[in-house]
Design a protein. Structure first.
Length: 171
């Protein structure tokens, strides 16, 4: 019995040691977070209430402050839209890290609203927003899986390709 308990404890400790922190995972993926820019209007980028953080809509902002712009289905392909959604995820993670200090405090990505700037006949919004969702699962594992809406929009601010807002549960 004691031998089995010791083996169980060893496996438990080894499994915990092998689990990577979100920051280590980002480094492995060669993704660098950046200081988020100031909001464009009269709002804040994040609001915490209890153990939930509501992040305002973010676009595909790069570290240099530029955005991926264009309408998916006319100016951008599905693959380019996917990349824009992934970049939006990096922008959201940058804001989240600046709010909580350590992404290891994330208990769960709870809810996602993904908006795609697209043509009237475009039907692959979920494929575009998968760029964000795939990134969250790559960084957080099971904690990155979330409830989600992926919708098309006629226009988004500054002609950004994607806008995403999220709700995150934290410690």
């Amino acid at each position: 019995m004691k031998k089995h308990l010791s083996l169980f404890m060893f496996l438990l400790i080894a499994g915990t040691a092998l689990a990577q922190s979100p920051e280590a995972k980002l480094k492995e993926l060669k993704i660098e977070l950046f200081t988020p820019p100031a909001p464009m209007a009269n709002y804040v980028r994040a609001v915490r209430t209890g153990n939930l953080i509501y992040l305002a809509g973010h676009g595909p902002t790069r570290a240099d402050g530029t955005n991926i712009q264009g309408k998916v289905g006319r100016d951008l392909t599905v693959e380019q839209g996917y990349d824009a959604a992934k970049q939006t995820g990096i922008a959201l993670l940058s804001t989240l890290k600046s709010e909580i200090g350590d992404l290891s405090k994330v208990k769960r990505i709870v809810k996602v609203l993904g908006m795609v700037n697209c043509t009237e006949d475009f039907k692959d919004q979920p494929k575009v927003i998968n760029g964000f969702s795939d990134l969250m699962v790559a960084v957080f594992g099971e904690k990155g899986k979330h409830a989600r809406s992926a919708v098309g929009m006629y226009a988004l601010p500054s002609n950004i390709a994607v806008e995403i807002e999220i709700i995150v549960e934290v410690e």
